[in-house]
Design a protein around this ligand. Structure first.
Ligand code: ANZ
Ligand code: ZN
Length: 722
């Protein structure tokens, strides 16, 4: 994909980071709630977007996959190996482009309340965004200028802090480590450098760490506490530093036990003091040994502790999100080139809009060295600086394909447009997508990135909506003999043969009928034959009808057939809107059965041909979305010039759906024995069954031989026994 809004975005924002190739992002990017954000003027929004450079270049620790020769996003790694192919992944420092999705964390969270997605999907997005509400607290390092800030969700445990833990990569580590501990710290850093994040944070892993030789002062009680480093603390979360409360945090408890660090109780279940804790007590309780808060409930006092910290200038409220920025540089050929050139004089220069899109060069070599293949085409790489005309080189990395899938639905409205990334008028007319269908595997990446893109485009005034997909359903998985179809298993059903044999209508309908759309279903050869028989049954129905004018009529049967028609229209309409295709097809089958009953039960001179014609017309309209070829063909046979798809979808009348209940008397050997309630015009066989099962009747017919049963519709059942 060439042209793109993304190019506009990248060039717009990259220009900010212009002079400095190593422009590392400032961590303290503010994030705004949607109400706050919407309160800003559009100039203010633009200014903030530019200030916070939505696309930026930074030296980051990346997940490097040597086998695939590329960087992978966190989401592309499952259980420590690459999602595609299952290759090992290591940490490596690289200068890469990222998109600052983290600045949109709060709005991505709040937007979920406005869209009609499944709760489970929204929950995965909420977990991915990972909002934590808590406090930041600043600790002074003893005999040192350095201060260490921590993020905690449990400021109520502050009086129980017995040591501090820094991430090994924390910038203070080098500054505060004492001469005696230097050797051990260095060795530990070397070891940790080889570990992946997933390994570091796994809960069952044995805790490791080293003492830095430095101490901090706990501001609330003046206690001197040792500072350690440990790999379970991540530099990328919160502040990269943790105040450890072994009395009330399981990880800290385990760590303290292993290294003989003190454990102190400050939250008590019953308000009493206990001598020794056998495990961390993590639930709320009564604050003990907690200065001015002693004796007070822990959970409800968290806001008061935060106020106290603020008043003393030791800290304050802080919200933290797990959502990380989105690293988009890939050392792959198949992706949109990043529209940036690096000039010897001007530094990083975005390719101007009138030179977009930057097309992929066709002549490249695939060396598998891990460098981008684009690097092998010198002619393409060497270019002119758009600003000064001097010598410059193109950025050789391409973008993560999720960048393109974040906005393709804008482009697809008018893919031929040459002058802009998308056609704003069509976007205004057609978007947001009112019904999106996609696999559950897209729960966090594609569906999060696309939402982010739409919010940015909205903030920049390019679109009028800030959620791309109003409604979303996941399609289920179709299995073969219970196993997921896959090329490697060799159990994939190829539609072509079946379409040759039965036609695509039968194939489509069988797919829709085999199970609920969202659950999927299991493929069966018998099943597709059954669907073939059903469509033939519809076809025969049309062959049976003759064009003779209406003669007599049987009023009740007409009412019933009409009821069936209205019922089918109602149910199919509702089921289609809910994606319940399988049950919609069942309704159509019922309507076909009702038609057969009507035609077969009545002599042609009793049939109302106009009625039959009307029901058949409705039937064709209902079947057309499922079996378009059959639908169109039958529509033309009914003497219509126009396409069935131009006809108006049928309506139903709620009043016609009501079924009258009739009281039918039941006689045994001529004597009235019971009365039963049945639907008006019920089938004789159905009424007979109800009568024979009636508890009052049972005792008269038990252990006797039934010689005759006569049903008079809507009136009487007469049973003769011997
Ligand atoms: C003290 C404390 C006491 C904590 C206690 C918890 C329980 P969530 O909910 O996931 O946001 N933490 C903070 N930064 C960390 C990092 N970079 N790496 C690893 N752990 C980190 O977790 C927030 C809690 O995780 C914080 O609250 C901190 O431990 C730890 F009884 O502070 B807590
Ligand atoms: Zn230049």
């Amino acid at each position: 994909m060439g042209l793109g809004a993304v190019y506009l975005l990248i060039s717009k924002f990259a220009s900010e980071g212009n002079a400095n190739v190593n422009a590392v992002c400032d961590d303290n990017i503010e994030s705004f709630s949607s109400s706050e954000w919407n309160g800003f003027s559009s100039e203010k929004q633009q200014e903030l977007l530019l200030k916070y450079r939505l696309t930026y270049l930074a030296e980051t620790e990346v997940n490097w996959c040597p086998a695939l020769g590329t960087v992978l996003a966190n989401d592309e790694i499952v259980n420590g190996v690459s999602e595609r192919g299952g290759h090992p992944v290591v940490r490596k420092k690289m200068t890469q482009w990222s998109m600052r999705i983290s600045a949109y964390a709060e709005r991505l969270l709040q937007g979920l309340d406005q869209i009609d997605w499944t709760e489970s999907l929204k929950e995965s997005q909420r977990n991915w965004i990972g909002k934590s509400v808590g406090a930041s607290v600043t600790f002074k390092v003893n005999n040192h200028d350095e201060v260490i800030e921590v993020f905690t969700t449990r400021p109520d445990t502050l009086w129980g802090v017995t040591y501090m833990v820094l991430a090994p990569e924390h910038p203070s580590v080098k500054k505060i480590t004492s001469i005696h501990c230097h050797k051990y710290v260095e060795k530990y850093l070397e070891k940790v450098n080889k570990e992946t994040e997933i390994y570091r944070t796994s809960l069952d892993k044995e805790k490791t760490g080293v003492f830095t030789g430095a101490f901090c002062i706990n501001p609330v009680n003046g206690e001197k506490i040792p500072v350690w480093i440990a790999d379970y603390v991540l530099s990328t979360y919160g502040t990269g530093a943790v105040m450890a409360v072994p009395g009330h945090d399981e990880r800290d408890f385990e760590f303290a036990k292993k290294f003989g660090l003190p454990i102190c109780e400050v939250i008590s279940p019953d308000g009493k003091k206990h001598e020794k804790l056998d495990a961390a007590y993590i639930d709320p309780g009564v604050m003990v040994q907690s200065g001015p808060f002693s004796g007070q409930p822990s959970d409800t006092n968290i806001p008061k502790v935060i106020d106290y910290l603020k008043e003393k200038e030791w800290g304050g409220a802080r919200v933290n999100y797990k959502l990380r920025d989105w690293l988009i540089s890939r050392q792959r050929y198949w992706g949109a080139p990043i529209p940036i050139v690096v000039c010897e004089k001007c530094g990083i220069v975005p390719v101007p809009e009138d030179q977009l899109p930057v097309l992929l060069p066709e002549k490249v070599e695939f060396k598998g060295t891990g460098e981008s293949p684009l690097l092998t085409n010198e002619e393409w790489v060497n270019t002119q600086c758009p600003t000064c005309g001097g010598r410059a080189r193109r950025e050789v990395d391409t973008m993560d394909t999720f960048v393109c899938s974040s906005w393709y639905y804008l482009r697809f409205l008018n893919p031929d447009l040459k002058t802009a990334a998308f056609d704003s008028e069509m976007v205004r007319k057609w978007l947001p997508v009112d019904q999106y269908v996609g696999g559950a595997e897209h729960a966090v990446m594609h569906l999060m990135y696309a939402r982010f893109f739409m919010k940015v485009l909205y903030d920049l005034g390019y679109v009028d909506h800030d959620e791309p997909f109003t409604k979303l359903v996941h399609q289920g998985v179709i299995t073969n003999l219970g196993a997921k179809m896959s090329k490697s298993r060799g159990n994939v059903i190829n539609p072509d043969g079946y379409i040759d044999e039965y036609g695509s209508d039968v194939f489509r309908m069988y797919m829709m009928f085999m199970g609920s759309y969202t659950d999927g279903g299991d493929w069966s050869d018998d099943g597709i034959q059954g669907m073939n028989r059903f469509l033939n049954r519809i076809w025969r129905l049309f062959e049976m009808i003759d064009d003779s004018p209406p003669l007599g009529k049987e009023k009740e049967r007409i009412v019933e057939l009409d009821r069936q028609r209205h019922y089918a229209v109602k149910m199919v309409t509702q089921d289609l809107n809910r994606f319940h295709f399988n049950t919609a097809i069942s309704r159509i089958m019922e309507l076909v059965n009702a038609l057969y009953l009507y035609i077969q039960d009545l002599r042609p001179d009793q049939q109302n041909q106009k009625m039959i014609h009307d029901v058949l017309k409705t039937l064709v309209q209902l079947i057309a979305p499922f079996a378009p070829h059959l639908g169109e063909e039958l529509w033309h046979r009914m003497n219509s010039e126009d396409s069935v798809f131009n006809s108006k979808w049928p309506d139903w009348n709620e009043k016609k759906l009501q079924i009258d209940q009739m009281t039918v008397v039941v006689q045994v050997n001529g004597k009235l024995r019971s009365r039963i309630q049945v639907e008006a015009n019920s089938d004789d066989q159905i009424v007979k069954d109800i009568a024979l099962k009636d508890p009052k009747i049972k005792k008269y017919i038990e252990s006797k031989k039934i010689t005759k049963v006569v049903v008079i519709r809507n009136k009487l059942v007469s049973i003769v026994v011997k």
